[in-house]
Write a protein that binds this ligand. Sequence first.
Ligand code: GLP
Length: 252
Amino acid sequence: MKLSVFQSADLAANYVCELLVDRIKVFPSSVLGLATGGTTVPLYNALVKSFREGEVSFAQATTFNLDEYIGLPEGHVQSYRCFMNTHLFNIVDIKQCRIHFPDVTAENLSEAGLAYDRLIEDAGSIDFQLLGIGRNGHIGFNEPDASFDAASGIRELSETTRADNQRFFTAGESVPSHALSMSIDQILKARKIVLMATGFRKADALARLFSSQYKLESFPASALIDHHNVEIVCDSEAAINLDLAGHEVVCC
Ligand code: GLP
C-alpha cells in the first residue's frame, strides 16, 4: 500500500482532488466510486473549485456511491444522496442519469443490492474508488464480521458507527439501524482505491490497517491488503500511530 501523509486535512483533500481531476482529464468517461462522511467534505469542496475554475468536467463521468441509509424519508438531509447533491452533484455538470446509489426504495432490498452489483459490472466496474474508514475499520457500511464474500446488500450498522454518525443528526433523531452498501468484494474489483483518513479519531483504525498482515473479517479494511493498487491518503493527526518502516511513504 502506498501512503501519502499531509500536514493538514485540506492538503490531503487537495491531493486526492488532483488524483481525481487528473484521472478524469485523461479518461473523461471514468467510472467513479464515491464515499460520504465528514472526511470527504474538503475533497468535494476542492473538486467544486476545480470545476468552477474550468479545470475539470464531470459531463461524461459515471458515479456509484458506496452506500445509503435505509428508512430515511426521501430527501432527508442526512441521506447520502442529499449529501452528494449538496456537496457535488447539484453544482457540477454531472448528468443525473449517470449518478447511482443503492436503491433503498426498492421493495426487495436484497435484490436491490444484487441489482447494484450488476449495474456496476455493466458499467465496466469502478476505475477509481474513494473510501473513508470507520473507527472500527468499516469501509462503505461493511461492518466488522460481515463476510468478505457477501454481495452488495443490507448491512446492520454497529453501535460504534451509529454513535459516530449521530453527530450529523439532530437531537431526538436517531441514526438508521441499517443501510444498503456496496460489498467488499465489489470494492476490491475497483482498479484503483484511495482511502482517506483524517484527524486523531482515525489514528487507531489507520494504524491497525497499516500493520495488517492478514485479512480479518473482524476488521473490514484489512480486505484491502491484497489489492494491487491502494493508496492511503491521510493527515498527520491520523498518521500519528503509524509504524512506517518498510513502506513507501510520501510526506508533504
Ligand atoms: C460512514 C460511511 C463510510 C465513511 C465513514 C467515515 O459510516 N458509510 O463510508 O467512511 O462514515 O465517516 P467520517 O468521514 O464522517 O468519519
